[in-house]
Design a protein around this ligand. Structure first.
Ligand code: ATP
Length: 223
């Protein structure tokens, strides 16, 4: 878009949801769509993470994980894929991804980093974690039945930055809000186990992802 047209457009609202997506499943997708709706996002980008080298990738390559996410979100706006973390030589830190995405946006565009409660609680261990809110708002995905206390290191941050609801998030970055969701009882671990034991995962993943898994013989136990 050229600059005058861009200036006249409304500020974009972009969400980022990271995960290994090994494979992507309906739990991820349903949760992503609900959050996109609650936050009225223009785009919700699923960002497949590189796997830490020690976990290894015996069967499924980064390219295949990326291809499955692409299949899953095809024509499902506002969901889309951002493959930049898989295209790097080394695993990326979230702060680097945020800086790179921010560089591509207009200054008033709003960026939302979506994190599950457990990931949020682990934030103080992240590289340059106290710089994250300079680039984005943080949306903490919380379960209605959760009864969790944040670690001490996050209490001051929450007191200073948390707003009562996502409607209270203004400007391009800087605040924290909670979104309450009941997750579907599906995990990628369960899907890998089903496939390794020769069972069906139909309806746990989109049909296009199932077709990809079958076409490439992914997650099968070695003969
Ligand atoms: P694994 O079983 O391999 O650990 P996973 O199913 O938890 O994988 P990830 O790729 O690790 O999937 O998850 C990416 C993000 O999606 C995380 O923030 C995670 O909390 C969230 N997520 C995972 N499963 C669900 C679900 N069923 N409903 C909602 N969110 C989910």
């Amino acid at each position: 878009m050229n600059e005058p047209a861009r200036a006249a457009a409304h500020a974009q609202r972009i969400g980022l949801l990271g995960g290994t997506f090994d494979p992507v499943h309906i739990g991820h997708l349903r949760s992503a769509l609900e959050v996109a709706d609650i936050l009225a996002l223009d785009e919700l980008r699923l960002v497949p993470n590189a796997r830490p080298p020690h976990r290894g990738e015996p069967q499924v390559s980064p390219t295949q994980r990326l291809a499955m996410v692409e299949q899953a979100v095809q024509d499902i706006a506002p969901l889309c894929v951002d493959g930049r973390e898989l295209l790097r030589e080394r695993p990326s830190y979230t702060i680097e991804t945020l800086e790179a995405v921010r560089d591509e946006l207009a200054t008033d565009d709003q960026l939302f980093l979506l994190l599950g409660w457990d990931a949020f609680c682990g934030l103080p261990g992240w590289h340059r974690w106290n710089e994250l809110l300079a680039h984005c708002h943080i949306i903490v995905l919380q379960r209605p039945d959760a009864d969790s206390e944040p670690p001490d290191a996050l209490r001051n941050l929450l007191a200073a930055r948390a707003v009562g609801s996502p409607a209270g998030l203004h400007g391009p970055s800087g605040s924290i809000a909670f979104v309450w969701q009941t997750p579907l009882a599906v995990s990628a671990t369960q899907i890998r186990q089903l496939l390794a034991s020769g069972k069906s995962v139909r309806y746990l993943v989109p049909d296009a992802v199932l077709a990809y898994i079958e076409a490439h013989g992914l997650y099968r136990a070695p003969n």
